[in-house]
Design a binder for this molecule. Structure first.
Ligand code: ZN
Length: 50
């Protein structure tokens, strides 16, 4: 599990519009997107977030 805190590096990740959880980089999820939701309880999990 990759844990990225947007408050520590100044490079804030976007928030998922469906669940409000911080999105993870697609590279960390194996997805061809910039950022994607990684909340398993979210209807938009795995979908692109920007
Ligand atoms: Zn989500």
């Amino acid at each position: 599990m990759v844990d990225l805190d947007p408050g520590t590096d100044g490079n804030a990740a976007p928030l998922c519009p469906s669940c409000g959880v911080t999105a993870l980089p697609g590279s960390a999820l194996g997805l061809p997107v910039d950022f994607a939701c990684d909340n398993a309880g979210c209807p938009a999990v795995g979908e692109r977030v920007r």
